[in-house]
Design a binder for this molecule. Structure first.
Ligand code: CA
Length: 707
């Protein structure tokens, strides 16, 4: 019996004894801790002296991911060892930030399952399964990004937002749902991978899906008590003939041309929500345009507000206050959905209430958050689309052919951005930002696209993109850099493996923690970048570490399980190089403490699944070629480009299911593995299924021959 089934059958209390099955090696359960809290409000979430807790996505409302705890510091960190762990055998790609409240950790795993565990032992206290397999509709099936970055807390409740668009209030004591609200229509192309944001008795959530279908982005705030919709802010204007929802939309509409509403416009806010309790303002980071190509979306030009912006809203009403647009007339998927961090800086001897923001476009922005005025903008990675940001106008000075008007253009950053959802942190003691950075360029080309007769559709973006040729000498790598937002330069930088490492944590112990694709959790000296400690967890880490304390013990906790949109998308053919395998290495939550005594079971060694070599299946090249497009569009996001998987889903080159038409049909078309996150593609024809099998087997044969 599954744990969720057991909970449904026996209730939470009845299942506690069974939870030991989930956590071998942690000794007998001695926990007397109970889940739940009360009275969590803005004062608490803003209270940086509440040092033992991690109360919001970025710990406190300032989203700095800085902890004042000092027991683990640059001197003692060498003694850091696993203290407890919780195995999560049904999880896979873990990217979320746990919350730590009064000694209990709350976190969301795969398939949006939320759990509460004793922060001192890892004992499971409750689990809530929102059963998203039952909501895997046609529209949301393709991305397969059934991961989620976090939850939020308010009052005595935990709030989660599900892949299929529900916002759910849970009783923090029991995990029982209190209310459920649908934030977009069930059959729309939108989805949610982000954490909701609680503030002032409300819970904010946006959505993703700019590329899935023509979509018009918005954020919504719900009453935390009742679940009623409090307000909604649209990010881009709709059809003027329908009237505008607000003056802000009328103003935004003057920056669009053509018939943009037919394409949705985009701007989806899937990440980057910050509440500024000091100034009583809400900031949202907005997404790119739908479709990507500005020439299609807004053929007469225009900035296209509020795409790729930091927008300040009245938290009570959702009314527009100010905005700063990082990428006017966006045309490269340079979203501004990345974290919005609040910091008090001293610039030219003057105290400044600043926003720190490093969007995908490669510039690091410091913005005066009292009014949205740009204070500085400097490249933190290779940038070729713009020479600089003009400080007089606050606008980028674009380079020639940045908009790929003259055929293929090599442009940096790539569509992955120089920084994505991987959290940066800010340490007010070192006054440095610890920024996970991606170094890559891409090729943009719309010369083969019929711009005049372009029609919107699923995954149609209006431009062809590809990765830079690897031999062009540019970097195709990742680094962690310490960025000084005052002197506007990199203070130290250390290379990281692959392209998609985790977000960062920094502490008053002069430390920076980060998880890496190669399975190592590492700690650097926050001032110098010197590597002080590392621990090999035997499986790639994509989730950001946090820290918390119970009684006299400081812990570092991290979810271990390689994956997420960045890992599946931008890593492309490199992601499988680590050899992480679906269902092989155990996914877990691990907590470290000084002189911790837990013995983690050794993970199976890395290594890709052996492709099945068979003569029973003769690949027909013509069929394989027919299978390429549907595979790369609908399957590669999880199963990997060219069917080389990186652990986020089974490696189909090693799958016997592909050999048999009936088995393949039952999984791919009939949805036999729906409960594990594999939706049914019920409109695939027999012909298409056959083409997919030939495409997979073609790559299986090639891989088998290469071994
Ligand atoms: Ca996008």
């Amino acid at each position: 019996m599954s744990l969720s089934l057991a909970i449904r059958r026996y209730g939470v209390a009845g299942i506690l004894s069974a939870t030991t099955l989930l956590m071998p090696g942690c000794g007998p359960n001695t926990s007397t801790v109970t889940a739940g809290f009360s009275g969590l409000d803005d004062a608490a979430i803003s209270d940086s002296s509440r040092t033992g807790d991690w109360l919001a996505y970025g710990r406190t409302h300032d989203e700095q991911r800085f902890s004042p705890l000092t027991q683990i510091d640059s001197g003692s960190v060498a003694r850091l060892r696993p203290d407890w762990y919780l195995d999560l055998p049904l999880d896979n790609a873990l990217v979320s930030t746990p919350l730590a409240i009064d000694g209990v950790l709350y976190f969301v795993g795969d398939m949006n399952v939320v759990r509460a565990v004793d922060g001192a032992s890892g004992e499971l206290l409750w689990e809530h399964d929102p059963r998203i397999a039952e909501h895997l509709t046609y529209r949301r099936r393709a991305s397969g990004w059934i991961h989620n970055r976090g939850i939020t807390a308010w009052g005595d409740r935990i709030f989660q937002a599900t892949w299929d668009g529900r916002l759910i209030a849970l009783d923090a004591a029991t995990g029982e749902p209190i209310w459920v609200q649908r934030t977009f229509e069930e059959n729309s192309g939108l989805y949610i991978t982000g954490a909701p944001k609680a503030f002032k008795g409300k819970v904010l959530i946006g959505n993703g899906g700019t590329e899935s279908v023509p979509t018009r982005g918005y954020v919504s705030a719900y009453d935390a008590e009742t679940g009623e919709l409090a307000w909604r802010f649209h990010i881009v204007p709709g059809n003027p003939a329908d009237g505008f929802e607000s003056d802000a939309m009328a103003m935004a509409a003057s920056t669009w041309t053509g018939e943009w509403w037919k394409y949705g416009g985009g701007g989806n806010a899937w990440h980057g929500f910050t509440y500024d309790a000091e100034l009583d303002q809400l900031y949202i980071g907005t997404g790119n345009g739908a479709p990507w190509n500005h020439k299609v979306r807004s053929p007469g030009g225009g900035d296209n507000l509020f795409l790729c912006s930091v927008v300040a809203l009245d938290p009570d009403t959702g009314e527009y206050l100010w905005h700063y647009q990082t990428t006017p007339g966006e045309s490269w998927d340079y979203t501004s959905n990345m974290d919005i961090v609040l910091a008090d800086l001293t610039l030219d001897g003057r105290p400044v209430k600043a926003i720190l923001h490093a969007p995908k476009n490669g510039f690091f922005y410091v913005i005066d958050r009292t009014n949205g005025r740009l204070l500085s903008a400097d490249p933190y990675a290779e940038v070729t689309w713009a020479d600089r940001i003009d400080m007089r106008t606050g606008r980028p000075v674009e380079t020639q052919n940045a908009r790929y008007a003259n055929g293929p253009a090599r442009i940096a950053p790539s569509i992955a951005g120089a920084h994505s959802a991987q959290a940066m942190s800010y340490n007010p003691q070192t006054r440095l930002v610890y920024l996970p950075t991606i170094h890559a360029a891409g090729i943009f080309n719309d010369s083969d696209v019929d711009l005049e007769n372009w029609a919107p559709g699923e995954f149609r973006i209006g431009v062809a993109t590809s990765w830079q040729p690897e031999d062009d000498g540019a970097r195709f790598s990742a680094s962690l850099q310490a960025w000084d937002p005052v002197t506007r330069k990199t203070v130290w930088e250390v290379p990281q493996p692959g392209l998609a490492n985790s977000g960062t944590l920094t502490t008053a112990g002069n430390l920076v923690f980060a998880g890496r694709e190669d399975g190592r959790l590492v700690a650097y000296d926050a001032e110098s970048g010197e590597l002080l400690w590392q621990y090999d967890l035997g499986l790639g880490i994509s989730a950001p570490p946090i820290t918390f304390a119970i009684d006299d013990t400081q812990y570092i906790a991290v979810l271990v399980g390689f994956g997420g949109g960045v890992a599946s998308g931008i890593m492309g053919s490199r992601a499988p190089n680590h050899g992480w395998r679906y269902g092989r290495q155990t996914r877990r939550l691990v907590a470290f403490a000084l002189d911790g005594q837990a013995r983690l079971p050794v993970q199976p060694p890395a290594g890709n699944a052996a492709p099945i070599a068979t003569e029973n299946f003769t690949v027909e090249i013509a069929r394989s070629e027919q299978g390429e497009a549907p595979f790369e569009l609908f399957c590669a996001g999880c199963h990997g480009p060219a069917a080389a998987a990186a652990g986020m889903a089974p490696d189909l080159r090693a799958s016997a299911i592909v050999m048999e038409a009936w088995a393949f049909t039952s999984v791919v078309r009939d949805g036999a593995r729906r409960a594990r996150g594999m939706p049914g593609f019920d409109d695939f024809t027999d012909e298409e299924l056959l083409a997919l099998r030939h495409y997979i087997r073609h790559h299986a044969d090639a891989a088998a021959a290469a071994r």
